[in-house]
Design a protein around this ligand. Structure first.
Ligand SMILES: [Zn+2]
Length: 205
């Protein structure tokens, strides 16, 4: 899983965003809190992560979470979720970057949410599936494309089927979903998944 995301970060993601990272898998041990660096904690479910509670010790560094059993429960490929979290951390590590949308509202600067559905994931060589991601052009009104790596979007700020984006409007944040694929069950899963990932990270700080 880590090797697949590393290949993505070193390859197409760096080509598009000019940013990369070195991913190093570390098995949990009591020495872990002393390891310096950004971290993505991979656990089976959110209860475990909530119980670990060590994130406070190094709370100054960005920390992501991937919950494998939860991902599977909601029909999401864990390697796609790991990719999603890693790519978004690289572009918005402090979860405070935003872009101004054409209607004047503000959206979070998250590079996978708009194309997060598994159906937009992709495989390179014999690696595991990784998440599609949007390009800098996606956040820029009237920009020429491409707006996402897989080129499924046709304009800035567009949401692919199964995608969503957090929008700040009239003084509060809400999630804007792709209207064409509105499905309460899917949406509930997405809201839940959102809580497990980015929003969850937000609440961790
Ligand atoms: Zn996200």
């Amino acid at each position: 899983m880590v090797a697949s995301v590393q290949a993505q970060v070193d390859g197409e993601f760096q080509n598009v965003w000019g940013i990369r990272a070195e991913l190093r898998p570390v098995v949990w041990s009591s020495a872990m809190p002393t390891i310096q660096g950004w971290r993505v904690i991979v656990a089976n479910n959110s209860d475990q992560a909530g119980d670990l509670g060590y994130h406070d010790e190094t709370g100054v560094l960005p920390t992501g979470y991937v919950f494998v059993e939860d991902a599977i429960k909601y029909g999401v490929t864990p390697s796609v979720t790991l990719s999603h979290e890693v790519l978004e951390m690289l572009i918005d590590p402090w979860i405070n970057a935003t872009a101004i949308m054409p209607d004047g509202s503000v959206c979070s600067y998250e590079v996978c949410d708009a194309v997060e559905d598994d159906r937009w994931s992709y495989v390179v060589g014999d690696h595991l599936p990784v998440s599609n991601f949007v390009t800098p052009a996606w956040f820029t009104p009237h920009s020429p494309g491409p707006w996402d790596f897989k080129q499924v979007l046709r304009q800035p700020f567009q949401l692919a089927r199964g995608g969503y984006i957090a929008v700040f409007k009239n003084g509060h944040w809400s999630q804007r979903f792709d209207s064409e694929s509105f499905d309460t069950k899917q949406q509930a899963a997405r809201i839940e998944k959102g809580r497990f990932s980015r929003l969850y990270r937000r609440t961790m700080r």
